[in-house]
Design a protein around this ligand. Sequence first.
Ligand code: DC
Length: 246
Amino acid sequence: MARGPIVAIDGPAGSGKSTTARLVAEGLGFTYLDTGALYRAVTLHALNLGVDPEDEEGLGRVLREIELHFEPTGAGEGPRLIMNGRDVSEEIRSMRVAASVSAVARSAVVRGSLVDLQREIGRAGGFVVEGRDIGTVVFPDAEIKVFLVADVEQRAERRLGDLRRAGDTEISLEQVRKNLLDRDAIDSGRAIAPLRKAADAVELDTSRLTIAEQVDKVVCFCTSLPTSTPDRSAGSPGEAAPKSRS
Ligand code: DC
């Protein structure tokens, strides 16, 4: 069966991918897939077990112990990420996880397992998938590819706002800015699936755009797609969870 369309949205941390991807998915009647959340969940479990991000064998153990799936929520909210039966959607956004996630995402064993899981979740199409390597590695045949960029100052302000809203009153703008720059360097410099704009992606600078403007622009890029909601009977993130086994 031919799959439904995939919209791939890549870009560095804080470029506006999550909000844009979620709202574009809502607008198109597609399902939103946040792949960064999966890397964050594996990182959370590794931190809880005291496994070092450089320890491939330890990370393999973490992956064998973990079951991940998304549960859909109503409009206006993203899906919840469930790890081993527990909703970790908030916990994975902490600075503790942010500080280690790029190191974990460099691991070959983690990437292999999570790329398989992402392809499995999105195999029927009808998805807006957000990450770093979606247009280059996970779905290189995506119908629409967008690469979002933004000034680091803007990105840091946005991330600080997210963290404040989540109740973190301690973190400073400078700490957030440093974390973004550190993650950019690791995500772009890693050997496997580095953060890169796909040759056939459209670049969009969101520094001076409102959320509504960036969503409108991405939806405009998607006008060539079929408008009907595709048949997702072959699987969606809300269904029986594919295991993230290595
Ligand atoms: O989008 P995010 O900030 O939640 O992503 C967290 C980290 O996960 C990011 O620093 C790099 C990694 N990541 C990745 O390597 N590949 C993806 N497709 C998505 C995220």
